[in-house]
Design a protein around this ligand. Structure first.
Ligand code: CU
Length: 186
């Protein structure tokens, strides 16, 4: 009873912190979140939708669908994956604004990459569709920059190092609200 309430409170604040600028939660905290979710119904909203499954096994393909909209939001800010999985990720731009004003991509950075540094350099790289050629070593996987109504599916292997990775949209001004956690498990 009391323990559950506490767990739920902890869970709620962690979920909120995932969507903000704070550093990714440590693995132990993340496990707390998942345990709490199993016991306690968590109010779901578009931004808290979680992709990935506890039942997934290495060798599986993990299908992920993410929408990006004119409000500069992804439909998910958290993806859970296992080492050995292949990710088939579809990004769909469901907005209506022109690509030049509201383009979106999905870019996964390597573990330990400097998120702020990459994001601030990427927004200047207009000639590279905001994916700077000299910083591709920081990128695990990415979609193209998509205009309204466009979608793209990319396939990549889950990185072989467990832990938190960050993803973002590199279109100028978007990474503040278009970012999330890609969590890799053993
Ligand atoms: Cu965007």
């Amino acid at each position: 009873m009391n323990y559950r309430s506490l767990a739920f409170l902890a869970c709620s604040s962690l979920l909120f912190s995932c969507g903000n600028e704070s550093p990714p939660a440590a693995e132990s905290s993340t496990e707390t979140v998942i345990e709490a979710e199993e016991n306690t119904p968590v109010p779901s909203s578009e931004s808290e939708e979680i992709n990935g499954s506890e039942d997934a096994a290495p060798g599986d393909t993990l299908f992920v669908e993410i929408e990006a909209n004119d409000q500069m939001k992804y439909s998910t800010d958290r993806i859970d994956a296992y080492i050995g999985q292949v990710v088939s990720l579809t990004l769909k731009n469901v907005g209506e604004m022109p690509k030049e004003a509201m383009g979106h991509n999905w870019t996964l950075l390597r573990k330990g990459a400097d998120f702020q540094d990459y994001a601030s350099k990427a927004m200047l790289a207009k000639e590279d569709d905001f994916l700077p050629a000299d910083l591709m070593g920081e990128v695990v996987a990415h979609t193209a920059l998509l205009g309204p109504g466009e979608s793209e599916t990319i396939t990549f292997e889950v990185p072989e190092e467990a832990g938190p990775y960050k993803f973002l949209c590199t279109f100028p001004g978007h990474f503040g609200t278009m970012q999330g956690l890609f969590f890799v498990r053993q």
